[in-house]
Design a protein around this ligand. Structure first.
Ligand SMILES: Nc1ncnc2c1ncn2[C@@H]1O[C@H](COP(=O)(O)OP(=O)(O)O)[C@@H](O)[C@H]1O
Ligand SMILES: [Mg+2]
Length: 180
């Protein structure tokens, strides 16, 4: 059990899930116990993080040693309080705005950080890095998705289109990079 010093609000999630499964915002001690119980359904290790408030961003990276970052996407959840399962997978659950409505300088920082993470973990071909722009000023990395969604509606193809790459061109690139 976390110590009483756990700062609230916080964000609780299992360490090994995706699609926001088992994740909760926690505002008081009762919610904390409940959130831990939910996260434990999926994993014996859970993450208890500072609850970050600010724009949610995601940045697609394409390449291996030579990698490029695609235009940054801003995510505005419309269904839930955060980018939860429903916001992710229901029709018009969220708005996905590309390019993100943030200053150019911050776009550059987010893109550079994404490439750094991609290389640091040795991601191959493609990846997508999720961020919250804390207080709309400080980019905080939430996670890297090493196999991001690739349906024509997914975030990665959306960023590729904004960059000028069609869906089939993107798939060709990913296949080619996988063989490098
Ligand atoms: N520390 C946090 N503060 C606020 N919201 C968070 C935090 N961590 C995650 N979230 C929200 O939960 C969603 C899912 O978390 P994430 O770490 O990206 O895991 P996954 O997408 O693999 O489930 C994020 O897109 C974001 O909306
Ligand atoms: Mg995520």
């Amino acid at each position: 059990m976390p110590k009483d010093t756990t700062k609230l609000p916080c964000f609780v999630k299992p360490h090994n899930q995706g699609s926001s499964i088992g994740a909760s915002i926690v505002r008081n001690k009762t919610e904390l116990a409940r959130a831990i119980k939910i996260a434990r359904r999926y994993s014996d290790k859970i993450l208890i993080e500072e609850y970050l408030v600010g724009k949610e961003l995601t940045c697609a990276v394409l390449g291996n040693e030579e990698a490029i970052a695609l235009p940054v996407i801003e995510i505005v959840p419309k269904k839930g309080e955060f980018f939860d399962y429903e916001s992710k997978y229901t029709e018009s659950g969220s708005d996905e705005i590309v390019p993100a409505r943030i200053p150019k300088r911050l776009t550059k920082v987010v893109q550079e950080l994404s490439i750094k993470v991609h290389k640091a973990i040795g991601a191959k071909g493609f990846s997508r890095v999720d961020f919250i722009l804390k207080e709309n000023k400080y980019p905080v990395i939430l996670e890297i998705n090493t196999i991001p969604g690739l349906t024509p509606m997914s975030l990665f193809p959306k960023a590729a289109r904004a960059y000028g790459l069609s869906y089939s061109e993107l798939l060709d690139d990913i296949l080619r990079l996988g063989g490098e």
